[in-house]
Design a protein around this ligand. Structure first.
Ligand SMILES: Cc1ncc(COP(=O)(O)O)c(C=O)c1O
Ligand SMILES: Nc1c(O)cccc1C(=O)C[C@H](N)C(=O)O
Length: 398
């Protein structure tokens, strides 16, 4: 029997023989999503044609979806805009944040951040002026090097490789004490655990919806702007959908007087509709319960795997309070081993050089899955099944 109150696997369409421990990278298909996509395509687009912007209220969809996400990240209604990809939203947040501190030239991140966030910073620096500098100390040191030179602190709360979690409240407080602007990337937090964005007082947050929020591959990203500063934000990529009056077709840009000014172009209606459906799964779910269940599952996983597989080294913090909702083990032959697990229905993933990652998503995982998953991992390692040459062939996407 599933031992947690948030378990609702019947709402997902997951192959029977699969134990899915990769919802931290791509969430599974919500059972109603395909039907919703068909409705939008066949009835709304197919029958209503362009009228659907009004008759099916497509125009409000980005905001309606943003409001659903807001509830899951501790943000007020109207403070979250959706659309584009997370890379774009990081770029916009960073560009807006730098404009808020014109006297400063340092962007502070850390060397555990997901590469695209750092690439976006490099690209922005390239565009706005080479006298800006991106600093990337280690995650353990970053809180102590927020000096008065720093314009923006840009961090991802949960490390994509190790699951190590930053203390959002503490780092935001330190950033503000140095008069720096704070941006949090919540890619590995939204839907994984409670987030108190309003409480931590950060100016910006961004995130994606294809991981724990189950919006599907390429699902639209989100951006949060603290409501009291929105009117001073000058969006980079000031597209017509963020204009105060998009259909007035004015020659000059005037931003919408809300977070919607962070929108750029035409929203992806089919993908947003799928995401809206996926977010309905969260109705009545308390993120505190998700967290409690996620910790129980990941603690069980660590103890099962460590007892069965002494050759694996825990690469995540041992203390559950210092982790997000994933657990990683380091293993020299981790790529091949992960392919062997996947071949046997236990799906996690691999990050170079030697990290095997496993995500814990109590909406559709229970302790039975964890034990069965650990049995497969033990079998592969004890019998060195990963040595099969077919597991050495690297795929383009890992
Ligand atoms: C922290 C973080 N930022 C950004 C991204 C990716 O951004 P995009 O959705 O633009 O591919 C990911 C994962 O893909 C991520 O983990
Ligand atoms: N966005 C991805 C993709 O398009 C293909 C494969 C993986 C991804 C991911 O989301 C990777 C993920 N952010 C990570 O933590 O590694």
């Amino acid at each position: 029997m599933p031992g947690n109150s948030v378990y609702r696997k019947h709402l997902f369409d997951i192959p029977e023989d699969v134990i899915y421990l990769d919802g931290n990278s791509l969430g599974p298909l919500p059972r109603d999503a395909a039907q919703r996509a068909t409705e939008v395509i066949a009835s709304e687009w197919g029958r209503e044609l362009i009228k659907a912007w009004n008759t099916a209220d497509w125009i409000s969809l980005p905001k309606n979806v943003g409001d659903r996400i807001a509830r899951l990240i501790g943000a007020p209604e109207g403070s979250v805009a959706t659309g584009d990809t997370l890379s774009i939203k990081v770029y916009q947040a960073l560009a807006a944040a730098l404009k808020m501190r014109p006297d400063r030239r340092v962007i502070l991140s850390d060397n555990g951040n997901f590469p695209t966030d750092l690439y976006m910073a490099e690209g922005l620096i390239d565009t706005i002026g080479k006298d800006y500098e991106l600093r990337t100390p280690s995650p353990e040191d970053v809180a102590d090097v927020i000096t008065e030179e720093v314009a923006v602190v840009m961090l991802t709360e949960v490390d994509y490789r190790t699951g190590r979690k930053h203390d959002m409240a503490d780092i935001t407080r330190r950033a503000h004490a140095a008069r720096a602007v704070m941006i949090w990337d919540l890619a590995h937090s939204a839907g994984a655990m409670p987030v108190d964005l309003a409480g931590c007082n950060a100016e910006f947050a961004t995130g994606c919806t294809y991981k724990y929020l189950n919006g599907g591959p390429g699902a639209p990203a989100f951006i949060y702007v603290r409501p009291d500063i929105i009117e001073q934000i000058e969006p980079a990529l000031a597209g017509w959908m963020g204009h105060a009056a998009p259909f007035a077709m004015e020659l000059n840009y005037r931003p919408m007087m809300s977070t919607e000014r962070m929108r750029v172009g035409t929203p992806p209606i089919i993908q947003l509709s799928v995401l809206q459906q996926a977010l309905r799964i969260w109705d009545g779910v308390d993120l505190q319960d998700i967290r409690a269940a996620s910790i129980a599952l990941s603690e069980r996983f660590i103890s099962e795997v460590e007892a069965r597989c002494p050759e694996l080294k825990l690469a995540s913090p041992r203390n559950a309070d210092e982790r997000g909702s994933q657990v990683s083990f380091a293993f020299e032959n981790g790529y091949a081993a992960m392919q062997a697990f996947i071949d046997r229905g236990v799906i996690g993933d691999f990050r170079a050089p030697d990290i095997m990652r496993f995500g814990f998503t109590p909406l559709y995982l229970d302790e039975g899955d964890i034990v069965r998953g650990a049995e497969v991992i033990e079998d592969v390692l004890k019998n060195e099944l990963w040595r099969d040459p077919k597991y050495l062939v690297k795929s383009r996407v890992t």
